[in-house]
Design a protein around this ligand. Sequence first.
Ligand SMILES: Nc1ncnc2c1ncn2[C@@H]1O[C@H](COP(=O)(O)OP(=O)(O)OP(=O)(O)O)[C@@H](O)[C@H]1O
Length: 236
Amino acid sequence: MTASPLESPPLLETENLVRVFGTGENRVAALQGLTFEIHQGESVAIIGKSGSGKSTLMHLLALLDQPTSGVVAMRGQVVSDLKPKQIAKVRNTTFGFVFQQFFLNAHETVLENATLPLKIAKVPKAERHRQGTEILEMLEMGDKLKAKAINLSGGQQQRVSIARALINSPEILFADEPTGNLDSETSAVVEDILFGLNEQGQTLIVVTHDEDLAAKCARQIRIQDGQIIEDSVVNA
Ligand SMILES: Nc1ncnc2c1ncn2[C@@H]1O[C@H](COP(=O)(O)OP(=O)(O)OP(=O)(O)O)[C@@H](O)[C@H]1O
């Protein structure tokens, strides 16, 4: 894709993105031609009812799946032009993920859980601990470094999963129903963390069916039956 010489290309862009599952009578056109751009520093809610195509879109944007047709590009680089190894590298260094179900290792410590991506990247232990402690302190989990994940509250577990998502300094933080398992008070704490990060420049893409959470994002992309029915900037 091309950008004007004066502008850097968007962080992420899609052109006529289509994803079809199955064939014959089992055929489902989950995404039916989506075109949009996401720029660095935005907070974007991808919102829609169950089955509208949100997760399918997130998987394509996060390079976890490939479109049936159409294009995903990162900073102007068409993703389908990359080799699988390059895609894996981009994914591991560019994205952080926060999910509704936390996905922590219950019997490992807070520090071990938060620094798992560094372990996978073969960062030495002392450096892992230094970086993990720094990020966990930022998220007010500094007094729980050695606690087992299983002994944490839901809000604390989500903060550990946010630490793990941030540990590689990702360009884009994807949050898929990040407060779906939390009570309203704890949700507010987690939202404050996510939007605080966005205010500091972190690009944030939130996938949700929660209108209140979506309204806290500066931009809402609303999906229905695999199509964008609204793309609006509300809080700018
Ligand atoms: N692997 C798959 N195989 C077949 N159909 C699929 C697959 N993944 C998704 N679909 C279908 O594609 C459509 C969109 O699903 P998707 O999971 O993207 O929706 P969603 O908006 O994320 O829903 P939810 O909020 O319930 O997670 C649905 O009709 C779904 O059944």
